[in-house]
Design a binder for this molecule. Structure first.
Ligand code: HEC
Ligand code: HEC
Length: 454
């Protein structure tokens, strides 16, 4: 177990090490810790030098046609593809800004999560059929395209990548095929039923022909239904790989390229994030350099899995049993006799995190302040029975819902002061996209060019 945790830490360090090599010419074992301020600066300098040469990778590289993206965009927001014609992907991964739960004002940017949850603090989404709920909080569909295909990394001895909290879909296209048939989501009875809805739409008939040379305007064999369904999921994935899902135009990004400064509190938060608070060990704050020399700006996740000891959320309708995460997948359980993967959930990106409450796989944390306090005091605050208690997060936390494999090495007792917690939160607020439009920063006025690409 200890070895696995170190393995994950190494992934974080590897990105840093590669960067350190570029700028310092040597890498030492000493770099296998969360990024130090000097390493962060070195990484940033190496990245910037390459940026000037244009060597920054476009979103999650894709050579798809505009028409395929157009098709994916239509599909993503099409409610007709759910049983009651009342729900689309966009219902739970909204493409426009939700409203602030307190002020009712539009949030600064779209969060790609369920706006109902953001606005009402509910942990889970309604399905197409009223009264049916899922048991997990909808994560952001933004930046999801950067998760590598799910795999076992034998060097690091860790599972990496995939889609969903437990990684059960290897790729974005595979993921896109699931919600249509999920009874607590879009609830369609079969792939053929989804394809029938596609067939009924003249625009889809045209686009499936021009993009995939698939004639859907006729009766289709079971095999052809598979082909059309697969093409549909590829179109959705193509749309999810476009710039609106990965703008990289947060304050943090303008800071990275030197076009603005962080406030002293935000900067303190960044130093803590990679230092005393150890967040950067999993939510990586430095850009990643690929084998071909190109870069992806910081994604604030390493796409690995961990059990951070999240308490049960008894407010989820039906109070479902705690989700077993990665180790609950039958094919993982089959090769995990020691149950080392039980309770582990995917490390999610922290991009746009300030506008996507509630937090964690079961949405038990209402605010960024609360989850930050949890990381700091999980093991020191004391106990309350459950999250209905008014003392939740004030005088205590409930026990972890999955007691196995709880990470006690890197979190749970960080000894941060209240001021330091506030600094971390201030830093995380710099990760919200569309900074030119909300930042009121004279150095980055509305309409400013994006930080990394023109
Ligand atoms: C009823 C709400 C709902 C609908 C509709 C829905 N999703 Fe989701 N989505 C979720 C929830 C909840 C999860 C997490 C479920 C899990 O991990 O098992 C999720 C997970 C995802 C993820 C994984 C993100 C990550 O980082 O792992 C992606 C991508 C995604 N959805 C895209 C889509 C697409 C595309 C559609 C339409 C085909 C869609 N969703 C429809 C609620 C929804
Ligand atoms: C050991 C790896 C690890 C470290 C260190 C870590 N995190 Fe996380 N983080 C995770 C995992 C795994 C999740 C998802 C946990 C879950 O839902 O059960 C997560 C989730 C989160 C979320 C909620 C994401 C969402 O979409 O709901 C926030 C916010 C967050 N972390 C912030 C932090 C901060 C701040 C720190 C440092 C104080 C930190 N993390 C340190 C692994 C880590």
């Amino acid at each position: 177990m200890e070895q696995k945790r170190q393995g994950r830490r190494r992934i974080a360090a590897l990105a840093t090490t590669a960067l350190a090599v570029v700028i310092l010419g040597s890498a030492s074992a000493a770099t296998r810790k969360p990024t130090s301020p000097a390493q962060f600066d070195a990484a940033r300098a190496a990245f910037l030098a390459d940026l000037q040469k244009g060597a920054v990778a476009a979103a999650a590289a894709n050579a798809t046609s505009t028409l395929e993206i157009q098709l994916g965009e239509r599909l993503f927001s099409d409610k007709n593809l759910s049983l009651r014609r009342n729900q689309s992907c966009a219902s739970c991964h909204q493409l426009t800004p939700a409203r602030d739960s307190k002020t009712g004002k539009r949030l600064p940017a779209p969060g790609f999560v369920d706006a109902d949850n953001v606005e009402h603090g509910t942990p889970v989404s309604d399905g197409s059929v009223p009264g049916r709920f899922g048991s997990l909080n909808a994560p952001s569909a933004a930046y999801a395209a950067f998760s590598p295909a799910f795999h076992w990394d034998s060097d690091e001895e860790l599972y990496v990548g995939g889609q969903f909290w437990n990684g059960r879909s290897a790729t974005l296209a595979d993921q896109a095929g699931q919600p249509f048939l999920n009874r607590v989501e879009m609830a369609m009875p079969s792939k053929a039923a989804v394809v029938d809805r596609l067939k009924a739409n003249a625009n889809y008939r045209e686009l499936f022909w021009s993009v995939y040379k698939l004639k859907i305007d006729r009766s289709l064999s079971a095999k052809e239904v598979e082909t059309v369904y697969g093409a549909m999921t590829r179109a959705i994935a193509a749309f999810e790989r476009t710039r609106p899902f990965a703008k990289f135009n947060a304050k943090f990004d303008y800071f990275m390229v030197g076009r603005t400064k962080l406030t002293p509190l935000e900067l303190e938060g960044l130093v803590l994030f990679d230092g005393k608070a150890k967040c950067g060990g999993c939510h990586i704050s430095t850009p990643t350099q690929h084998a071909d020399g190109t870069w992806t700006p910081a994604l604030f996740t390493d796409f690995t899995y961990d059990n951070i000891g999240v308490p049960r959320n008894v407010l989820i309708p039906g109070d479902p049993a705690p989700d077993k995460g990665l180790g609950g997948r039958p094919e993982i359980a089959a090769v995990d006799p020691q149950k080392l993967e039980i309770g582990k959930q995917k490390v999610m990106t922290l991009r746009n995190i300030a506008i996507t409450p509630p937090y964690a796989h079961n949405g038990v944390f209402a605010t960024l302040e609360q989850i930050t306090h949890f990381y700091n005091t999980r093991d020191t605050l004391g106990r309350v029975p459950d999250n209905r208690s008014s003392r939740f997060g004030v005088t205590g936390w409930p026990a972890p819902e999955s007691p196995r494999n709880v990470n006690a090495d890197e979190l749970g007792n960080l000894r941060l002061t209240a001021h330091e917690e506030a600094a971390l939160v201030a830093f995380m607020k710099t990760l919200t996209d569309d900074y030119p439009s909300w930042g009121q920063d004279p150095k980055v006025p509305p309409g400013s060019s994006p930080p990394y690409w023109q």
